[in-house]
Design a protein around this ligand. Structure first.
Ligand SMILES: [Zn+2]
Length: 322
């Protein structure tokens, strides 16, 4: 019987998983809640549950490949993931191997944003582009850079941290401690902060009434709906965010001379309103010889990006085993 790959994407809220064939086809897919307690052991137990749902045992698997929301070194060790409470430092391959009684060398772990980039490169809108850069704009900014078909992850596996490129040294404080990182502007939190700053001075904005439907919270959807209704404050929020995204794209173009930049993540629900002005800004501001051939596109995958990327990583590693 042909062996399969268990591809898993662990998020702060949900764990998604799929069974991939060695041809890279993911034909089964499940999603369960991330356990709130028990730390890594809770997630390992969830992986057992997933195997049961798929009705497959670990000895039928050629590899277990996991994407995680935090810094993961080349050795598969994750360091203090911000969205997985009380995890600390966890050696995923060793600990999961022990838990499942499964060979450690067939377990792979990587950062979820790097895997999303790999998914777009192998199966999505970045297919074959060299270099290809992916930005995942969500709670924060995740990044992935694929050079010559391989994720570039630096000496120890933690690169690239594209969200921590400083765009304004006098800007708002970022989660990393510095001021004005890209992530402090072009993320869920960044958009909400910019919106509040403008709302404080604009009592007539439609956003005030639209946010009643979201428990009086500003969410990017409120900004989008108000912008489409012609609300000046909402349009200004998007304009300011697009400008910062444009700055980030300009830097990336000037450093990497990429063939394609793929933009994904929850914030892309703002769609063309955000991406189009950012793209125009970047093409105009970056050095001509570097931006001449770059295309900037939306990602193909949203929900399945992590699982597909985990499958792609495993396929690559299995190929290298032979
Ligand atoms: Zn930062």
């Amino acid at each position: 019987m042909k062996k399969k790959i268990l591809a898993i994407d662990v998020g702060g809220i949900n764990i998604k998983a799929g069974i991939a064939t060695e041809q890279g086809k993911v034909d089964e897919f499940v999603e369960i809640q991330t356990p709130k307690s028990d730390g890594p052991q809770g997630v390992f137990a969830s992986i057992l549950t997933i195997l049961r749902i798929f009705n497959i045992s670990s000895n039928q698997l050629n590899a277990i490949s996991i994407g995680l929301p935090g810094p993961v070194g080349k050795d598969g060790i994750i360091y203090n993931p911000p969205n997985l409470q009380s995890w600390g430092v966890v050696d995923i391959p060793s600990d999961l191997a022990r838990f499942l009684n499964y060979p450690r060398e067939n377990i792979y772990a990587a950062n979820d944003a790097s895997l999303a980039a790999l998914a777009e490169y192998k199966f999505g809108n970045g297919r074959g582009a060299n270099p290809m850069i992916m930005l995942t704009l969500g709670t924060g900014i995740g990044g992935g850079i694929i050079i010559d078909g391989k994720p570039f992850t630096g000496k120890n596996g933690f690169a690239p941290e594209l969200g921590h490129i400083v765009l304004d040294p006098n800007g708002p404080r970022c989660g990393c401690g510095r001021l004005g990182c890209a992530e402090a502007f072009v993320s869920h939190k960044g958009i909400v902060r910019t919106a509040w700053e403008l709302l404080k001075r604009d009592k007539g904005s439609i956003m005030w009434s639209l946010m009643k439907e979201s428990s009086n919270r500003i969410i990017p959807e409120v900004v989008k709906d108000a912008a489409l209704l012609g609300d000046p404050a909402a349009n200004r929020v998007i304009e300011l965010t697009a400008q910062k995204l444009g700055l980030l794209l300009t830097d990336l173009i000037n450093i990497f001379n990429p063939e394609r930049i793929v933009i994904g993540g929850g914030i892309t629900m703002l769609g063309k309103l955000l991406i189009e002005p950012a793209r125009k800004y970047a093409i105009k501001k970056s050095l001509k010889r570097l931006s001449r051939d770059v295309t900037i596109v939306k990602a193909k995958f949203s929900q399945k990006a992590g699982v597909l990327g985990a499958a792609a990583m495993a396929l690559e590693k299995i190929h290298n085993r032979l």
